[in-house]
Structures are given as C-alpha cells and as structure tokens.
Design a binder for this molecule. Structure first.
Ligand code: RFL
Ligand code: PHB
Length: 389
C-alpha cells in the first residue's frame, strides 16, 4: 500500500484528521484541488466551541489560538431594542473562542509541514475506487500526469462540492435538504467591534450579525435576498442597512470604515446519509451543511473528525473495527442535533419574504420568552457552546 489513509480535501477537516492520525504514527496523503493561498483566503467561520478548542490543543495546534484567540463568556440575541444576554458561563459553565477558520487552517498547514506530511495541491479529476476490496485506490491527475495511490481507508473531506459524496451510489444515499430564501452578505473591515460580545439581531428589516476577529477587525453580516450580488452592495449601503438592524444602543457606538472583503453565502441545511461506504468515510461539509446562524459548520466538521480519528486509530493499530462500523451512526446523532439548532436559530432570527404577520409575532414571542425564561436561555446556551461528543 502507498499510504494508510488518503484524505481528499485540505480544508480544516482534512488537515485536522491528518494531523491527529500522524501524531499516532499513521501515514496519510492529502489531495487538495486548490492552491494553499486560495484555501487560506476563504473567510468563513469565526466561533469555536470549547470541544473544538480542546481538539485543536490535543492535535498540537492550540498555541497561537490560546495566545491570540478571544474566549467569550456570552452572546446577545436582540429584537429591535430588546437585548437578551445569553450568559454561557453562568448557564453552562462553558465558553466559546473567537478565532477565525483561516487562522485554524493556517496553524494546521504549519503543523502538517513540520510533520512532513505529503499535501498535494492542484489535484484534479479525483476518482475513488475499489471501496469494497482489501484495499482502496484513489486515481487523480496532477500537472497533467495521471497518478494512483492505494490505501486502507479514504476520508472524504472535500466539502459540499467535492467528489467523495457522489462516489456513493445515488440509490444508496438519503439526502435531506432545506434551502432558505435568503443569503448572508458578509464584510470584513478594520474597525473596532461595536460590542465586546457577538450580537445576533432580529429586526423588521431582517437579520444582522455583529461578529469580530480581533480588537481591530470586525466581521459583520446582513440577511439579503438570494438574487442580490456583491456588486449591488456598496460599503455605504451595507453600513446603512447594518446600522438600522442592530439595537440603537449599539448603533450609536458603530464605527464604519472601508470593507476589505465582501461576499454573499446562500443558506442551506443538508445531510447525506450514510457517512460510510465500504472503505470511504464522509467528513464535514462533504456530508452536511448548516446555515451559519448557529456557528456550527466548522464545529461539526471537528466532531466528525473526533469520531473518525478514534475509529481509524483503533482499526489501524489493533484491527478493532467497532468504531469504524459505528462512525456513521455516532456522527449523525450529533449532526442532527446541530441541524435542529441551526434551523431553529435561523427561523427565529430571519425575515422570510412574503411571510405573514403571524410569523413575525412568533419570532417576537420567542425572543420575549428568551428574555424572561432562564430555562429557554439555558437551552440555547447548551446548544451554542456545543453538545458533548
Ligand atoms: P471545506 O472547508 O469546504 O474544505 C474542503 C476542501 O476540499 C477541497 N476540494 C477538493 N479537493 C480535491 N478534490 C476535489 N474534487 C475537491 N473538491 C473540493 C476544497 O478546495 C477545500 O479546500 O470543508 P471542511 O474541511 O469540511 O470544513 C467545513 C467548514 O469549512 C465549513 O463548515 C464552514 O466554513 C461553514 N461556514 C461557516 N461556518 C460557520 O460555523 N460560521 C460561518 O460563518 C461560516 N461561513 C461557511 C461560511 C461556509 C461557506 N461555504 C462553504 C460556501 C461561509 C461560506 C462562504
Ligand atoms: C463569524 O464570525 O464569521 C461568524 C460568527 C458567528 C456565526 C456565524 C459567523 O454564527
């Protein structure tokens, strides 16, 4: 065999899985379609559950996160000027970490380089074969040359548009999907955060989120119609819209400035079952997508990696395949709970085009209940900081 585990995709799931396996002496090869600069330029998630923080430390990539990340003890959920504080620390004893996905990915690339792991960028036309035999084979093209690798297991960490999921025959897959009728326009700007904790803002004009990367860099979002393009949104238009969606106490403190990145992401909930097909496993966005409202996408990818790395270590070191057989079911149990939470947060906080007055009242009542009920706040906090693995 050429290597023990071939990992398709060099995003956070592929890199973290490889790092955890390498530390146990298991050999991996990572095949990534894009170049490294492209992978590192994608601005995505910003909030790490504490379980994710601990996994990154265990993988030996926690030092910069611990030095430069910002632990947050709570967050704000607001409805016009009603501001509800969700005190994670008091309600669950846990907190979350503000540390961008770009930084996590960078730390993982550095650690993998130090391990000497083979990471092949610019890989095209990946085909995953022989999944029901004694060893799997992955064929691909790189620099115009056809290549092939044999291995014991293949980890499909190649995101929503990757090839891994489609390798499982369509009639053996069950797919579940909700496409939401809006997207998020996000900007990055070198300005001080409008608040020391995140604000998830419901308003008559739609949803807005005030997030951050550090004391001088913010990540702000507004809900936009699906048909909108980035060109439709000048910085001025963005700031006007953002300002009127956040509570007025916060709007008074808002500092605006030029955007240094601006992009629109559609919102979707998606799960493909099962997560295992013979010698192939699906991990992270390759298997499931959540709308970003619950900050669960990256964190779910990490919990998949948690279950799979344990299973692969047991199988490859002792021949015990119980974890392999249980992977799909174990991971899916947690995935569906995060799906529910992300869907509920999205429904609670967004205006749906063409909705009636009843829908808006339901959102308002949910917020009012959160303001008055510690039980409701505790339920939200428990899900937000991350359910146990
Ligand atoms: P990724 O990060 O998509 O990485 C997959 C990697 O696979 C490569 N690839 C292939 N390589 C070889 N052959 C092929 N055929 C390949 N096809 C694809 C890709 O180039 C890529 O490098 O998946 P992974 O590792 O599972 O990580 C998941 C997270 O990235 C994802 O859950 C989150 O970023 C989701 N997400 C967000 N989550 C949050 O919690 N908060 C956010 O604010 C947030 N914003 C976002 C997001 C996802 C977005 N996408 C996918 C459109 C914003 C966007 C725009
Ligand atoms: C972000 O900082 O990009 C971010 C934070 C929380 C979310 C989504 C995105 O729920």
């Amino acid at each position: 065999m050429d290597t023990q585990v071939v990992i398709i995709g060099g995003g956070p799931s592929g890199l973290l899985l490889s790092q955890l396996l390498n530390r146990e002496g298991i050999a991996t090869v990572i095949l990534e379609r894009s170049d490294r600069d492209h992978v590192l330029s994608r601005i995505r998630a910003g909030i790490l559950e504490w379980g994710t923080v601990e996994m990154l430390r265990e993988a030996g990539v926690g030092a910069r996160m611990d030095a430069e990340g910002f632990p947050h003890d709570g967050t704000w959920i607001t409805d016009a000027d009603l501001m509800v504080h969700i005190d994670f620390k008091a309600l669950t004893g846990k907190k979350v970490m503000v540390y961008g996905q770009t930084e996590v990915t960078q730390d993982l690339y550095r650690a993998q380089d130090a391990m000497g792991t083979t990471i092949l960028h610019g890989v095209e036309d990946v085909r995953i074969l022989d999944l029901d035999g004694a060893q799997a084979r992955v064929e691909f093209t790189r620099n115009g040359e056809s290549r092939s690798l044999t291995c014991a297991w293949v980890a499909g960490c190649d995101g929503f548009h990757g090839v891994s999921r489609k390798t499982i025959p369509a009639e053996k897959r069950r797919e579940f999907e909700r496409v939401y009728p809006f997207g998020w326009l996000g900007i990055l700007s070198r300005t001080p955060p409008v608040n020391d904790e995140l604000i998830y803002a419901n308003s008559p004009h739609g949803f807005a989120l005030a997030s951050m990367r550090n004391a001088a860099l913010v990540r702000y979002y507004v809900q936009v119609p699906l048909a909108d393009r980035v060109e439709d949104w000048s910085d001025d238009r963005f700031w006007t819209e953002f300002r009127r969606r956040i509570p007025s106490q916060a709007a008074e403190r808002l500092v605006t400035g030029p955007s240094i990145e601006k992009s629109i992401a559609p919102l979707r909930s998606f799960v493909s079952e099962p997560l295992r097909w013979g010698r192939l496993f699906l991990v992270g966005d390759a298997a499931h997508i959540v709308p970003p409202t619950g900050a669960k996408g990256l964190n779910l990818a990490v919990s998949d990696v948690f279950y799979l790395h344990q299973a692969l270590i047991a199988a490859l070191k002792t021949g015990d395949e119980k974890g392999i057989d249980a992977y799909s079911e174990r991971a899916l149990r947690r995935i569906w709970k995060a799906m529910r939470f992300s869907w509920q947060m999205t429904t609670m906080l967004h205006r749906f085009d063409g909705e009636d007055g009843f829908a808006a009242q339901m959102r308002r009542a949910t917020l009012a209940h959160l303001a008055e009920s510690e039980t409701a706040r505790k339920d939200l906090a428990e899900n937000y900081v991350g359910l146990p693995y």
